[in-house]
Design a protein around this ligand. Structure first.
Ligand SMILES: Cc1cc2nc3c(=O)[nH]c(=O)nc-3n(C[C@H](O)[C@H](O)[C@H](O)COP(=O)(O)O)c2cc1C
Length: 207
């Protein structure tokens, strides 16, 4: 049987004030612990400086995340599994992440986004502020790509505490992500890696 390479995971996210960044880092830890090779990538900031500078937390996060590489199309092509993270913006993904996704047409047209394991996570200010609708909105794109959507469901005891089967979700209005929410992000990433690893191994036997 041919040796199976580790799963490649791209964690691509947007974060203005750091909450989603914290979830993305936890997801990266979970994926690495599960044996994956991980690329943690922020999408390009598109807001004008006057908007950013009017919010000290936003300006601070831009400085704090200066060392995180920006996502490019090759990160998606390279990945066996994709974890997308975004703040909830009026019940939808942030335009910065959408703008990046809308550059993926050339990859999509070549079928290079098909058959990847896909999952998503979010943060919103309030508990009923649209977390599920944001994650489901990202799923629309996964469907178009031909992705294999793997939600966390209630597949681990942490899910009964953190409480979102659609994808890890943080209520930013309550402060920084709790240990439980970070554990849920690690679990979600582990589940994504395990699924992608099984698919990769199965494909290697039929190649
Ligand atoms: C334009 C805009 C729209 C927002 N819409 C919502 C919303 O629909 N529901 C909600 O609970 N929070 C909303 N928020 C708050 C963000 O979701 C929150 O600031 C974000 O999750 C924090 O994540 P970050 O620290 O990674 O940027 C909105 C914020 C902005 C700037």
């Amino acid at each position: 049987m041919p040796a199976v390479e580790p799963v490649n995971v791209a964690i691509v996210y947007y974060s203005a004030t750091g909450s989603v960044h914290a979830l993305a880092k936890a997801a990266a830890e979970g994926a690495e612990k599960a044996g994956a090779t991980v690329r943690l990538r922020k999408v390009r900031e598109l807001a004008p400086p006057e908007a950013i500078n009017a919010n000290p937390a936003w300006a601070q996060h831009i400085q704090d995340s200066a060392d995180t590489a920006e996502a490019v199309l090759d990160d998606l092509g390279w990945a066996d599994a994709l974890l997308l993270g975004t703040p909830t913006r009026f019940g939808n993904p942030a335009s910065q992440l959408r703008a990046f996704l809308e550059t993926t047409g050339p990859l999509w047209a070549q079928g290079k986004l098909a058959d990847k394991v896909c999952s998503a996570f979010t943060a919103s200010n309030t508990p009923h502020g649209g977390q599920e609708s944001t994650i489901l909105a990202l799923s629309n794109t996964f469907y178009h790509w031909g992705g294999i959507i793997v939600p966390p469901g209630y597949t681990d005891p942490i899910q009964f505490k953190s409480g979102n089967p659609y994808g890890t979700s943080h209520v930013a209005g309550r402060g920084a992500p709790s240990d439980e929410t970070l554990a849920a992000a690690r679990h979600q990433a582990r589940r994504v890696v395990d699924t992608a690893a099984a698919l990769k191994a199965g494909r290697a036997t039929t190649a």
